[in-house]
Ligand binder design. Structure first.
Ligand SMILES: NC(=O)c1ccc[n+]([C@@H]2O[C@H](COP(=O)([O-])OP(=O)(O)OC[C@H]3O[C@@H](n4cnc5c(N)ncnc54)[C@H](O)[C@@H]3O)[C@@H](O)[C@H]2O)c1
Length: 431
């Protein structure tokens, strides 16, 4: 399949093709792709309209709601209700629905929503500490559930959510949208097909330069923890649960394995403003066979942005940059080589630093694009997949498990930082 030219097809069709034509190793690594390949709904037919509600209509919930409104016809979805316990956000989301010709019922208590509405699926985008109880209540009410990442604030709650999914037989999908990102899927196809050789290290970072604070309405400090929950350690693990968890999921996906240990450190270097989560963290996860995932995140410098780099014996993939590099770049045309030789002083007759010394600068070869830049709408594909999973009545093999171990190891990363020691996984969290 030629993935270099901009596809005429929809993203959904592209994923379908990827699923149909992919090697077995690749398909084993991304079993959720079959959701796009299988057009035969098992549980509900395409003509059955799915009733969906959104719980938590803040920043992310409103984005997911907007996506659901966008795909409601193609996915045959009806958004029946929204719920938020903060009136301004509930009203704003209701206005978004009205603007899109959609009348929804509004609830400020999700329990009442579950009692009153007959739902096929629910989308949860509340703060981290609210995920577990709401998810478990939805699953035990027999509703297929999509919950934003990370799964929960504590490892025990992560495990409870997984157990509730298993015993309910209902879908639990966690918001790791990179799984549905065509760039990541194409990169993963190349990795699984051996194009970068043996994966020997994974490096990732997420750097921002802002205080991560949201303004308080009317400067009302009573709302501080409710609005800025990300900054308080009892409510969030900050950079780990908000950012790293996405990138750690990629590492689990690349290796197809679960880490064996993590070490880490975290400190508050810059934003000394009452927050109780670190503004700088660095962690190293070790996977079986010794492959490491080396990570850092900060909020006081954004020069390097964010990236996940997969380093192999024959090549490298940078997912965010959308690039693939071979270790041995293809030869440049003759004239370019001559210019390079002159620029890099190959013809200089005075050796620098002795005869055995060669400069080990970064390779400047620009590599090739994995996928046309604008071919990218992972959150929408993720919502389409959720509707497909509901229709098929099942979630693909390994998808929840990968999310489970990602959330669990994110939280074990916090333990490594807090306890200043190497952490392995307690046996009772194995599934
Ligand atoms: N996948 C992604 O890329 C991505 C991006 C941003 C946020 N997120 C995740 O989405 C979730 C929400 O993040 P956000 O930035 O939208 O936060 P937010 O604070 O903007 O929104 C959360 C909303 O949930 C509401 N809420 C809190 N408790 C509730 C309850 N018990 N019942 C109903 N509503 C309740 C709040 O009032 C608020 O409106 C988090 O888990 C976050 O990690 C994911």
């Amino acid at each position: 399949m030629n993935t270099k030219t901009k596809p005429e097809k929809s993203r959904r069709e592209f994923l379908k093709d990827l699923a149909m034509g992919g090697s077995s190793l690749f398909l084993l690594s991304a079993p959720w792709l079959q959701s796009f390949a299988e057009d035969k709904p098992v549980s509900l037919s395409l003509s059955d309209q799915l009733s969906i509600a959104v719980i938590g209509t803040g920043s992310r919930g409103t984005l997911l709601l907007t996506i659901l409104l966008k795909i409601r016809e193609t996915a045959n979805i009806r958004i029946v209700a929204i719920c938020d316990n903060y009136q301004p956000n509930l009203q704003y989301a209701q206005a978004v629905c009205r603007k899109n010709m959609c009348e929804v019922k509004t609830y400020s208590d999700y329990r009442e929503l579950l009692e009153q509405e007959k739902l096929d699926g629910v989308v949860i985008a509340t703060p981290l500490t609210e995920h577990a109880a709401i998810t478990m209540d939805c699953l035990s009410a027999g509703i297929h559930t999509f919950c934003e990442k990370a799964m929960a604030r504590t490892p025990d709650d992560v495990k409870r959510m997984y157990d509730a999914h298993k015993s309910s037989g209902k879908i639990l999908q966690i918001g790791h949208q990179r799984m549905f990102n065509p760039i990541y899927l194409e990169g993963m196809r190349r990795i699984k097909d051996g194009e970068i050789g043996q994966v020997t290290q994974m490096r990732a970072y997420w750097h921002r330069n802002n205080n991560w604070r949201r303004p308080l309405p009317d400067n009302n400090f009573d709302l501080e923890r409710q609005i800025n929950w990300r900054l308080y350690k009892d409510l969030s693990v900050g950079l780990l649960t908000e950012l790293m968890t996405h990138q750690l999921q990629v590492a689990l996906w690349v290796t197809g394995k679960v880490p064996v240990s993590v070490i880490g450190t975290g400190s508050n270097v810059f934003w000394k403003d009452g927050r109780t989560v670190p503004d700088s963290v660095s962690l190293t996860y070790t996977f079986p066979d010794g492959v490491q995932f080396v990570y850092d995140s900060m909020t006081s410098n954004k020069k390097y942005g964010l990236e996940e780099q997969i380093l192999g014996s024959k090549g490298t993939i940078e997912f965010e940059a959308n690039r693939f590099y071979t270790e041995v770049p293809p030869p440049a045309p003759g004239i370019r080589q001559l210019i390079n030789n002159i620029e890099h002083g190959i013809f200089d007759n005075i050796p620098i630093g002795g005869e055995s010394w060669v400069p080990e600068r970064a390779v400047e070869y620009k590599g090739e694009e994995l996928m046309p830049e604008d071919f990218y709408e992972d959150s929408m594909l993720q919502m389409e997949a959720f509707a497909n999973f509901i229709r098929q009545g099942k979630i693909p093999h390994r998808m929840v498990e990968e999310a489970y171990y990602t959330s669990l190891w994110t939280l074990l990363g916090e333990n490594a930082i807090d306890e200043e020691r190497k952490i392995s996984m307690p046996d009772h969290y194995r599934i």
